[in-house]
Design a protein around this ligand. Structure first.
Ligand SMILES: [Zn+2]
Length: 733
């Protein structure tokens, strides 16, 4: 393979114009390390990153060569290289994260420390001819002793999740929002995610340094759980911890020993290290020394036992001095690696005797809508950061601007232990509230670090209302008297909002924002007050106007209407529409949707059969389920019941009022099926009103205005499929 781009002058140093090799098509997907294919895909997506990366590599190579020359010129005994210890945090993200024990994690750290120090026992297997090149770096590793907040940690996190790694940028395993775990500060920690791979043939990957556009969340190693450490879930032939040894090599700017390409036979491609033999492509399995190829055709041949080849764990056993120098140069000079050298992540923090941390408010929460007729029990999650076991504590609960209410709590919480403490149940009025929970007097004394004692939350409580319920969002006080809002993400701003740039009637409506929030599956909600309806209601209906646009085929949202008969404890779905069924704008719409007047559609959920005769209180929830599509708007919500006159239900037909001064209602029960027409005659036989229902179904309540008619007797003729009924009514002035 020609490593030089055609038309470019070759610099003084051959590597200077080197093409990093990524960007070529892959004949074979590597079965051991996905770093090469990940970088290639990344560069296809972001070609400018390739340019920046190549430039960074060229600059680095100059520094590395200079450092290497200086080192070679310095006698061994005069070299002073301080030990660099990199703090490591291991995030185990699996359906069963307990499968990877703390001991297994430690076994991996032990392997790394041995391999990077050149103290690995299997280094005795290095062939005699390669022993002069054996590299012993000054790089070491520790499990982090303090987390990004400066608190003590084991350096191990675990999360139960079915998310698997998809190698590349935006790997879901590295994002809490996608079921993974967010990495810790990359300037202080090397993050290692231990997990299942979506493609089982991948053992791990890491981005190399020098990618200015790479999200910091994408920095770090992914390591398959069956190729991690030496015990537990590690499986032969990848159970010697060498996947991490190899991937950290990439993390510290080592190439594969044969070069930058994807295991394509090429003698021109180099790993840019001067003491590794030229090698055409990768080796797998357990080769036997000496092994030669077209690039190095004579013994001792290839250094297949190098950590940067693809052989089995038990076969690889060395870095070279050139590789060790390269990694040390990366740590001392690369802007996206050198902060690790000065990180205090390996230093345990000094603990106070009395230090309680408020982790967060467990209840009340913005993800639940409370019922003001029930009491709320405030709950705070705490961690004992103090050096002493915590036995007594005071919880203070401050609702809105009120004075705190205190609860004294006895407990038995060891240092670094976590628990949830509860305050006294409390009544809350309808509306949105701020609540502040904070701790005081741990073990009877002052907290020595009071800044971390407080947590706050926002929540809604609904009130009560009488039938019929109307909500047109015209009032400035959103969500309206007795109404509640909330959402199930941690993002308060995802709550529904009142807007005045769109309305079905009046000048305001409510917007559910799916355009700006990517919170797949999370929902935001608007919840009605608890509405009293007559137990003898014959019908109960929810009507509303909606407007929605679909972003594209694969990004659309869902609107669901649910009712609760236990004031919000449990809900049943009564309406659900999504995607093409929901949208009121005909085309896909990739700008932020604001409906025009003709993009509103009326909808009804008839809940009569669920409610009537059984419940006299209901709560209605409008739930917007995010699909990162576009906005949904609601307006003119009505919830109402109808109680029909006993006479109507008995006779099946009622014309009332009779006598009348104006409008009469012709009502049928249970339906108007069979009604073909109505005609009204005066007592002299003159036709004064008629309506034909032969095509279509008549409404079950037909109003007729007789206001302009003279007073006197009128006869209403109702024509059905199989009979005719006539009734007299008296019009008075
Ligand atoms: Zn690799």
């Amino acid at each position: 393979m020609d490593i030089f781009r055609k038309g470019l002058a070759i610099g003084i140093l051959g590597f200077f114009m080197m093409d990093s090799g990524f960007g070529q098509s892959l004949p074979v997907r590597p079965s051991r390390c996905a770093t090469g294919s990940v970088m290639e895909k990344y560069f296809q997506k972001y070609p400018r990153e390739k340019i920046a990366f190549d430039k960074n590599q060229q600059d680095f190579q100059l520094r590395y060569e200079a450092a290497r020359r200086a080192k070679k010129e310095t006698p061994l005994q005069q070299r002073t290289q301080a030990i660099i210890t990199i703090p490591v945090v291991v995030h185990i993200v699996m359906d069963n994260p307990a499968l990877v024990s703390d001991d297994q994690v430690q076994s991996q750290i032990d392997v790394l420390n041995a391999d990077y120090a050149g103290e690995n026992a299997d280094s005795v297997n290095i062939p005699e001819a390669f022993k002069p090149f054996f590299g012993k770096s000054s790089i070491r590793f520790c499990l982090a002793q303090r987390n990004p907040a400066g608190e003590p940690t084991t350096g191990i996190t675990r999360k139960v999740s079915t998310t698997t790694s998809i190698p590349g940028d935006n790997d879901p395993i590295k994002y809490a929002a996608m079921g993974g775990v967010d990495g810790w500060d990359i300037n202080k920690y090397l993050n290692i995610w231990v997990c299942k791979m979506t493609d089982n043939s991948d053992l791990g990957y890491s981005f190399m340094p020098g990618l200015p556009g790479l999200s910091s969340s994408d920095v770090g190693l992914v390591n398959a759980y069956h190729a991690f450490g030496t015990i537990g879930s590690a499986q032969s032939p990848f159970n010697k911890g060498r996947t991490a040894t190899h991937e950290i090599g990439h993390f510290l700017n080592l190439w594969h020993i044969w070069g930058a390409n994807e295991c394509v036979e090429s003698c021109a491609d180099s790993d840019l290290v001067d003491d590794t033999p030229n090698q055409g492509k990768c080796n797998y399995g357990t080769p036997v020394f000496p092994l030669t190829d077209g690039c190095t055709p004579t013994a001792p041949g290839l250094m297949f036992m190098n950590f940067m080849d693809y052989v089995d764990d038990a076969t690889m056993c060395m870095f070279t001095a050139g590789q060790a120098d390269r990694m040390e140069t990366a740590l001392s000079t690369l802007s996206d690696r050198k902060q690790l050298v000065t990180s205090n992540g390996c230093v345990p923090p000094i603990l106070y005797d009395r230090d309680i941390k408020a982790i967060g408010v467990d209840a009340p929460s913005n993800s639940v809508i409370y019922c003001s007729s029930n009491q709320i029990t405030p709950q705070l999650r705490i961690r004992n950061l103090g050096a002493l076991t915590l036995t007594t504590l005071t919880l203070n609960v401050k609702l809105d601007g009120n004075s705190p209410v205190t609860t004294n709590i006895n407990l038995n919480l060891p240092p670094l232990g976590e628990t949830t403490i509860s305050g006294n149940p409390m009544a809350v009025s309808p509306g949105q509230h701020n609540i502040t929970l904070f701790t005081t007097l741990p073990n009877g004394g002052a907290d020595q670090q009071p800044a971390n004692d407080t947590a706050t939350a926002l929540f809604s409580a609904i009130g009560e209302a009488t039938d019929p319920l109307k909500q047109d969002f015209e009032s400035m006080t959103f969500a309206g008297t007795g109404w509640g809002i909330g959402n199930t993400s941690d993002v308060i701003e995802f709550n529904p909002v009142r807007v005045t740039n769109a309305a079905h009637s009046g000048s305001a409506s409510v917007k559910f924002d799916n355009y700006n929030f990517q919170l797949f599956g999370k929902y935001s909600m608007l919840v009605s007050p608890q509405l009293s309806i007559p137990l003898n209601a014959d019908s109960v209906k929810i009507t509303f106007w909606r407007a929605a646009a679909q972003y594209n085929r694969s990004h659309s949202d869902t609107l669901e209407v649910l009712i609760s008969t236990d004031c919000g404890q449990t809900y049943s779905s009564v309406y659900k529409k999504g995607g093409a069924d929901l949208k009121t704008r005909s085309d896909y719409y990739t700008s932020e949707f604001v409906p025009s007047a003709d993009e509103w559609v009326a909808d009804t959920a008839d809940i009569s059969n669920l409610v009537k005769g059984r419940f006299d209180k209901i709560v209605v929830q409008f739930r917007n389920i995010n699909g990162y599509g576009n906005n949904i708007f609601l307006d003119d919500i009505r919830v109402y019941s109808r109680v029909l006159p006993a006479a109507l239900k008995e006779k099946g037909l009622l014309i009332s009022p009779n006598p009348t001064t104006g409008i009469i209602h012709i009502r049928h029960y249970p339906s108007t099926a069979g009604l073909r027409g109505i005609a009204i005659y005066s007592s002299t036989g003159q036709l004064v009103w008629k309506q034909d229902y032969r095509s279509g179904i008549a409404p079950d309540d037909i109003p007729v205005n007789l206001q302009r008619m003279a007073s006197g007797i009128y006869i209403v003729h109702l024509v059905y499929t199989d009979n005719t009924i006539s009734q007299k009514i008296l019009k008075m002035n």
